[in-house]
Design a protein around this ligand. Structure first.
Ligand code: CUA
Length: 334
């Protein structure tokens, strides 16, 4: 009895812990959809889950029923009726499989057509997403702005997206907004987003792409058209010029040490290895959307990027005074 109680306690504890953890760390899931695509995916998921659970219950129920019906009743050997040569016993399951699989096929095909990219003419925003080890570049081709890791889109808009990689295979996935799409060097893939919900939605690279694969995240910010327009107008502004001597010194360091990998031009036409810095401090995260973008974190980053994100391409040895100067300038870049 005591052992049974211990077991129940353990199960209750684990179930409670699971509930607490799932409450504490809301993980992004397509089951709380915020877009047309995730809506379709979630409906298909529930449909098939309910179907498979029903079949599971029917089959296990039948097993249990037969075990009970034909159990050993104290020595009396009862042989259940043996059925041979009945074609119906083969045809019924066959028919059931054909019907169920047919229904699943139709549901899946409907979903595939529903999430297929709309005609190229239907677009409010043309977005080019480029995968880098280990961050995301977002190039708003009609607005002529480039940003990194944080994606802004207006609610209700049709965003036509092309995806490319400059190095290895990545995969773009913001579960609440869109299905996974591989990002492959030498091959342009396409996808789209139409979100019906204002909010912030997290995503993650879902194709192993090296040591910092886990630090290749995405923050998608769906906002009202007015907020989006204001964001675009801010991003289109040129990077601010330094004013104080400290900022001036930082600007000189950034344009000499950082310019080969980072641009200060928000519309940066040329290819760069690292994220565009023109409006760095307008973002809430950095380093593949894995760290909060705060003054302290950027200071730590400048001190030692390799501890915060080992193997990333940035490797600078800066004196404390240089870090202060660079930070003074970068803080202007809102
Ligand atoms: Cu990029 Cu994993």
């Amino acid at each position: 009895m005591e052992a049974v109680c211990m077991k129940i306690h353990k199960i209750a504890f684990l179930a409670g812990l699971g509930l607490v953890l799932s409450g504490c760390a809301p993980s992004p899931t397509f089951l709380s959809p915020a877009s047309l695509i995730a809506d379709h995916e979630a409906s298909l998921y529930w449909e098939i889950l309910i179907e498979t659970i029903s079949i599971f219950i029917l089959i296990i129920g039948a097993f249990i029923w037969i075990f009970i019906r034909d159990r050993d009743r104290g020595g009396k050997k009862i042989v259940p009726p043996q059925l041979y040569g009945k074609l119906a016993w083969a045809l019924i399951p066959l028919l059931a499989i054909i019907l169920l699989d047919g229904a699943d096929f139709v549901a899946m095909a409907q979903t595939m057509f529903a999430v297929a990219p709309p005609a190229a003419a239907t677009q409010d925003i043309q977005l080019h997403i480029i995968g880098h080890r280990w961050w995301w570049e977002f190039d708003y081709q009609n607005q002529h702005i480039k940003t990194a890791n944080e994606l802004h889109i207006p609610v209700g808009a049709t965003v036509q997206i092309t995806l490319d990689s400059v190095d290895v295979i990545h995969s773009f996935w913001v579960p609440q907004l869109t299905g996974k799409t591989d990002v492959i060097p030498g091959q342009t893939n396409h996808m789209w987003i139409t979100s019906d919900q204002v909010g912030e939605f997290l995503g993650q690279c879902t194709e192993f792409c090296g040591t910092e694969h886990a630090m290749m995240r995405i923050k998608a910010i769906v906002q009202s058209q007015a907020d989006f327009d204001a964001w675009v107008a801010d991003q289109q502004k040129l990077a601010l010029q330094p004013q104080t001597a400290q900022e001036q010194a930082g600007y000189t360091l950034v344009t000499t040490l950082c310019a080969s990998c980072h641009s200060l031009n928000p519309s940066e036409p040329e290819f760069k290895t690292g994220p565009n810095l023109a409006h760095l401090f307008s973002r809430s995260t950095f380093a593949g959307a894995t760290y909060d973008l705060t003054e302290e974190n950027i200071r730590l980053w400048l001190k030692d990027t390799q501890t915060m994100k080992p193997n990333n391409d940035m490797n600078l040895q800066l004196a404390p005074q240089e870090i202060d100067q660079i930070l003074a300038y970068l803080k202007l870049l809102k």
